[in-house]
Design a protein around this ligand. Sequence first.
Ligand code: ADP
Ligand code: MG
Length: 601
Amino acid sequence: MASIRILSDRVANQIAAGEVIERPAAVVKELVENSLDAGATRIEVEFRAGGRAYIRVEDNGGGMTRDDALLSLERHATSKIAETADLDRLATFGFRGEALPSIASVARFELQTRALEEEAGTEILINGGKFVHVRDCGRPVGTRIVVSQLFNSVPARRKFLKSDATESAHIIHCVRLYALACPQAAFTLIEDGRAIFRSPECATTAERVAEIFGRQIAESLLAIEAADAGLQLRGLISRPGVGRATRHEMITYVNRRPVDSRTLSYALIESYHDSVAKGRYPLAFLFLDLDPAAVDVNVHPAKREVRFRNESQVRAFVIRTVLDRLRELAAAPAGGVAPAGAAPEGSGLRAAGLAPAPSVPASISPQETRMAAPFPAYRALPTPLAAPVAATPGATVSAPAAGHADASRARAGWRYVGLVHGVYALFETDAGLLLLDRRAAHERVWYERLRGQFAAARVATQRLLLPVPVELDAITSALLLDRLGFLNQHGFEIVEFGRNFFRVEGVPEWMDPADAEAFLRDLLGALREGLLAARDLDLARDELARLAALRAVRLPDGAGEAEMHSLVAQLFACRQPMTSPTGNPTYLELSYGELARRFQR
Ligand code: ADP
Ligand code: MG
């Protein structure tokens, strides 16, 4: 048997690197965390070939003196904690002093840094754990680290890497996470010379979400904020009915650190139990802040997991906060997009406690209807996916829908009063007042019409006079290629003509050709989110119809009484007239009883 010996630092670092640095995104994570810990307000990340060829992270933080820079590459060298008890006061991302020596042991590692108090910058080069040189260099205050030839010296690890596209997706996700956590710092992310995003400093998380994910998503989210017994929760969550196919968009942070917390994600899923369809997940950016002593971040090599000292308190707090917000929204759908606390436009409706259509809850027990908030009625609304229209192939709008005797009776007595705010059609009924959301109603009608056409494979194609060329990045292009057959069976004519290049030659008949490109972009977004999956044809058609319905609706300005009645008739011929395809109510009702109560008669 060989005798026992102490491993050299180089070998020890390579072993540690195996845990901390499992893939290129982990390098990016450690470097970005260091930049943020160094107080940077500007961070630039650049990478090539999924990060295995080249990663550069540059910041304008405090930088390091030459002595500190040399020390930072020693194992367990950290400026962030001095003793174990400091973990209970931790305000930084790093604390183990492992990242830099680990990275330097498995790559070519070039560090340039300058602290304010030093005239010259310091440059250190290490290759596969072997020191090459240290010398002066010119540079502004801050730090620049370039990591190249990652894992060249550890072929075993290199083999475990996935395709460049996958590694790149991990890096992009990682930088987004930190950009969201720290909106006050400006972030730039560059892949193979192309900017993935550039976000200036932002005042709020919502602004950052808009910068990174687009205005549309940002505006569709609800702000939440609450504090209780040392716990503070804030963030953005999706509206009821808007579900995602995967959990990847439930993003959670604890004390600014992005984490995978079962406690937090289950709390979220539970809160949305009645608000998204089964098997779908809400979209959320949740930030929980609490005393560092009440949470253990030191349970996972990459610190992705955390443990709360009081799991059940955290869980209950999150559920309560999210549910309160969803209830508040259910009580005032008209003001849904307003941030928490702010009085939305039309808050009169909220004050009036307009509840979603009470004709729905045939299934609700009297006991439930008596509950204080109008929310229970909302809960009972089956989301579109829960009651798939797919059941009858070939169903069209004109097909008689099951179980709507009630509904047609209800609408027989609707008297049109007028159009409110250009969007809501106001009706008077024997039972009270009724507001129909024209857009939501049209979307529902379109959705079911398209769904019927898809199921019956009766989608006519119109050929475009001018084919639309589209160039895509590698990931999106692969995704599109994968679903090309599906799209072309559903009214599109999209052909590949070269690497990452496509041409739209035909679109479904109902589509305005001018919308072709915009719709394709929606579609690609959905593909990237993992929707339209090949596994389930029905679900894929559902998604396609949902996306299409949102685009297909064009509201005529001068809508008259006849148009409104015809819309109502079409809506109630639908299988699910109560909600839009994205799960929003199509109409709200205020009974005379409720009116009288409000006027305190
Ligand atoms: P940790 O972050 O756990 O302390 P690291 O190995 O990541 O360990 O970094 C070691 C030390 O190097 C840090 O404690 C910090 O003092 C210094 N350092 C690393 N990156 C930077 C940076 N971008 N700017 C300033 N100092 C840095
Ligand atoms: Mg660190």
